[in-house]
Design a protein around this ligand. Structure first.
Ligand SMILES: NC(=O)c1ccc[n+]([C@@H]2O[C@H](COP(=O)([O-])OP(=O)(O)OC[C@H]3O[C@@H](n4cnc5c(N)ncnc54)[C@H](O)[C@@H]3O)[C@@H](O)[C@H]2O)c1
Length: 360
């Protein structure tokens, strides 16, 4: 019998979760959004039988095994905990929560309820990442000493005054929103324990509308714009490994770049996407390469993979279903999400205090 899933939040990302779950054989049986019009429109578009204006009603009445939480970040923790308490497995959009304390509470509830909690770190589910991880697991890179994680935009602020630019609703700007490459670098480095973090954030251009991204989040008149637009940071791990990070929505960069580069004792490597225009990928250039020394010469090995315009979003949702059904290992665990949120907290804390932050 196929896993029955309910969708909580009928916004843009539901368009990836629904077909992703279905591609793994799940049934998407219900959808809830306090904006009933949005819920009804998504239900009609995706042929979903039950529609609710309240996630609590969905949990009580829809008879689902699992839910997918796809709401603004502030609501992740309360909705995830509510669903776990109701005995449902949960797939939650990124970022896991607003901060590490919230994430720890979600992890504790998942353990108490004995239910699966996974997050949509969809960049781990890209063909490039699966391929690179296979080389890393086989030992082709040796020990990864250092890595650089970048998600940098030139003009990519997602609207003005909506939930993305409001710290109370989002938890912050590009550091928390574009956390994907930090997560992917940690995944490649196999999650060493972070020891020390130094960072600086900048908030230039946060109210300059010429720095807005091309996607369709409407601006809110008199809305709040109190998050950073760029962050540069450095993380040292207990192992002596190091990670440099750059995240930005608005910075004087040449073009949008999404990449993890690493230097190992046997090989270096890079998974990179260069976007044609900020946020639009029709002219994107993808690279997946290993850098080695062979026969006394530098050799660049190009790893050829299939194209995935969804950047792993469909495959990541499918992995949740396959993991629940024991057909594939889960692509992420709550403990990893906690480390990621501890690093994000430390990046913000260092930027705010102007000093390095040592993690316990
Ligand atoms: N993985 C990715 O590539 C990716 C890309 C974009 C956004 N996201 C994440 O997805 C989440 C949603 O983003 P989006 O772009 O779909 O947002 P959106 O603004 O398009 O949609 C959010 C929806 O959630 C609904 N909502 C608000 N509070 C709710 C509640 N308490 N219960 C149920 N529904 C509620 C809203 O009415 C809205 O319809 C965010 O956490 C965001 O960070 C992930």
């Amino acid at each position: 019998m196929s896993t029955k899933i309910g969708i909580i939040g009928a916004g843009g990302m539901a368009n990836f979760h629904i077909p992703g779950f279905r591609s793994a054989g799940a049934t998407v049986a219900a959808i809830a959004d306090p904006n009933l019009k949005a819920a009804k429109a998504a239900a009609e578009k995706h042929q979903i039988e039950k529609v609710y204006d309240d996630p609590a009603k969905l949990l009580k009445e829809a008879g689902v095994d699992a839910v997918s939480v796809i709401t603004p970040n502030k609501f992740h923790k309360p909705l995830v905990i509510q669903a776990l308490q109701a005995g449902r497995h949960v797939f939650c959009e990124k970022p896991p929560a607003l901060n590490a304390a919230e994430m720890a509470a979600m992890q504790a509830q998942a353990e108490k309820s004995g239910k699966t909690l996974m997050f949509n770190f969809n960049n781990r589910a890209r063909p490039e990442s699966f391929a690179m991880m296979e080389y890393i697991r086989q030992g082709a890179a040796g020990r990864i000493n250092s890595a650089q994680a970048l998600w940098i935009r030139r003009t990519g602020i997602p609207g003005f005054g909506g939930w993305f630019t409001n710290k109370e609703l989002s938890g912050g700007g590009p550091v928390i929103d574009l956390l994907h490459m930090i997560d992917l670098a940690l995944h490649f480095m196999q999650f060493p324990k972070p020891r020390c973090v130094l960072a600086q954030t900048f908030n230039d251009f946060i109210s300059d509308k010429t720095f807005k991204g091309p996607w369709g989040i409407p601006d809110a008149a008199n809305g709040v714009t109190n998050v950073e637009t760029a962050c540069h940071g450095f993380i040292r791990f207990e192992t002596g490994q190091v990670l440099f990070i750059r995240n930005s929505w608005a910075e004087m960069n040449k073009r949008e770049e999404v990449s993890v580069t690493f230097q190992g004792t046997k090989a270096g490597g890079m998974v990179q996407r260069l976007f044609g225009r900020d946020g639009l990928d029709d002219t994107a250039i993808d690279t997946c390469e290993l850098y080695v020394q062979e026969n006394g010469r530098p050799v660049n090995r190009q790893i050829v993979v299939e194209e995935d315009k969804s950047m792993g979003r469909l495959r990541s949702a499918a992995n949740f279903v396959l993991a629940l059904e024991g057909r594939e290992p889960p692509l992420n665990h709550p403990g990893e999400a906690l480390v990621l949120m501890q690093i994000i907290d430390a990046l913000y804390a260092s930027a705010s205090s102007g000093a390095p932050v040592t993690l316990p």
